[in-house]
Design a protein around this ligand. Structure first.
Ligand code: HAM
Length: 483
């Protein structure tokens, strides 16, 4: 066998040349070690061993790939997958409690579906490319346009109202911050065909239900609520054409990210008169519905809708979760009425969820407009919040039985025992090789098995197996048909 150090010596110049700029010193060391193992003669060449270690012999030219997923994306190893399933389980269960049906759409859509003229940030974050058939396509950054497409496609065959939910992966080439990634999953609930504010109230109620289920209270989280009709009423007073509405909302949405002077300049370049700009900026500071009513009067749609929503919140029983805040506008062009965002009260995290009414999206795709509203709730910020609050669930693997053959010849009978148990609905970890009992006990502890089923020769001859209850240590023999 070639000593490792000598093979390392041969490989080193090439590795340093190719890998140094790409890898940290730690990764480089790992890579050197891997390559030195890889370059050693295979066990079979040496006449020994065999088995899986033979696979560790790539061609001498082979370079190690970066084992990290692309920046901003995630792997889901088992423990992460358990957390994800737990979260999605709650998304689905809450949607079921509210009588919603699950839908899904392709992750890859036509790029045109996501192109709107208003200058939204989401447009610049699009993962888009030309496919092999020269079609412009994009990885969806959100689910709402796909939902609208499907509603149009279904046409009159879908009886209104539709109450649809989806849990799907979205892609945005985003600047990475805490809770913001380049790929995330979103839980969406949308109601299509209801013009009344009861729809928004129902949607907020479903999010509150979700929070309560996972241990989050109204002292941890709140909803800031406003209506785009507030801005619309001001713009109409100044005779700003309706076509500019979406664009103005997108500019105003950046108010917390950009200096006021920049916002003013952008509004003016969009064609808004100085006086209207002043009025709009003034209005955005309003944080109470009474103040809003003083400014806009009580007859307009904005105030009527908002008052109705707050009244319904009381009836649903979640008043303490919501507050009026005129600065909530949201960064998507298509909203037309009530808008809302879930936020953490400590102010450490980005928006937890957001949504609103979008009554005119369908006509932008050439369909007939149908009143609609919904929300998107990401999987990343909520996990950060649960960590902050010490509320992450303890989710170990839970297998009911571990089945082990006491002898290599009994691997077949052990498989029979596993099948019997699985047909009864038990989750079973079958030990697939001959292993020592010490190894089996360690594994049983790792997978939180409740019972150890031992298949031994003497018992098997009698049509029986040994059982050990792992929590109590109790041991007995049992007939196969009584398992
Ligand atoms: P959005 O506010 O862009 O709305 O996203 C909704 C939620 O998705 C956010 O509040 C956040 O939880 C999550 N999210 C968005 N971008 C990222 C990211 N880069 N990384 C992690 N999480 C993210 C929409 O997408 C609308 N389509 C929601 C909607 C549905 N409105 C009506 N129906």
């Amino acid at each position: 066998m070639v000593p490792l150090s000598s093979s390392l010596h041969i490989l080193q110049p090439r590795l340093d040349l190719y890998m140094k700029p790409l890898l940290s010193p730690r990764k480089l060391l790992f890579c050197r070690t891997f390559c030195s193992i890889a370059s050693a003669p295979s066990p079979t060449e040496n006449g020994g061993g065999g088995g899986r270690s033979g696979a560790l012999v790539p061609a001498p030219e082979m370079e190690r790939i970066d084992v990290n997923p692309p920046k901003g994306t995630r792997d889901f190893p088992p423990e992460e997958m358990r957390l994800r399933n737990w979260l999605f389980g709650h998304f689905r269960e809450v949607s079921r409690l509210f009588g919603f049906e699950e839908v899904d759409f392709p992750v890859l859509e036509s790029e045109a579906l996501f192109i709107r003229k208003a200058g939204e940030e989401i447009r610049d974050q699009l993962y888009c490319f030309e496919d092999r058939g020269n079609r412009r396509v994009a990885l969806r950054p959100e689910l709402t346009p796909s939902l609208a497409r499907l509603v149009i496609q279904k046409g009159k065959s879908a009886p209104l109202p539709l109450k649809w939910f989806a849990v799907g992966q979205c892609w945005r080439y985003e600047r990475m911050t805490r809770g913001r990634r380049r790929e995330h999953y979103q839980w969406n609930m949308d109601i299509i065909g209801v013009p009344e504010v009861t729809a928004e109230a129902e949607l907020i109620s479903s999010i509150v239900t979700f929070f309560k289920r996972i241990g989050i209270t109204s002292s941890d989280v709140g909803f800031k609520v406003s209506s785009r009709k507030v801005l619309q009423e001001v713009l109409r007073c100044y005779s700003v054409p309706d076509e500019l509405f979406g664009k103005v909302c997108i500019i105003i949405d950046k108010i917390e990210k950009l200096p006021t002077d920049v916002i003013k300049k952008d509004l003016k370049s969009a064609g808004i008169a100085e006086e209207a700009v002043q009025e709009l900026l003034q209005l955005l500071t309003v944080k109470s519905l009474t103040k809003l009513e003083e400014k806009l009067g009580h007859a307009g749609e904005a105030v009527t809708d908002l008052k109705q929503l707050f009244w319904l919140a009381e009836k649903f029983g979640y008043s303490e979760w919501i507050q009026f805040d005129a600065s909530v506008v949201r960064g998507l062009a298509y909203y037309t009425g009530i808008v809302f965002e879930g936020f953490d009260r400590e102010g450490k995290l980005r928006a937890i969820c957001g949504g609103g009414r979008y009554d005119r999206l369908l006509s932008t795709f050439g369909g007939d407009d149908i009143p609609a509203c919904g929300f998107g709730f990401g999987d990343a910020v909520i996990v950060e919040l649960l960590k902050e609050k010490g509320l992450l669930p303890d989710l170990g693997l839970e297998v009911h039985d571990i089945v082990c053959a006491l002898d290599h010849d009994l691997l077949g009978p052990a498989a029979t025992v596993a099948t019997i148990l699985r047909e009864k609905g038990q989750s079973v970890d079958l030990v697939l090789e001959s292993k020592s009992l010490k190894w089996v006990f360690k594994r049983a502890a790792r997978i939180n098995a409740r019972r150890l089923i031992l298949v031994g020769n003497t018992e098997w001859q009698k049509g029986m197996v040994g059982v050990k209850i792992l929590s109590s240590g109790e041991q007995f023999e049992i007939k196969l048909n009584e398992l």
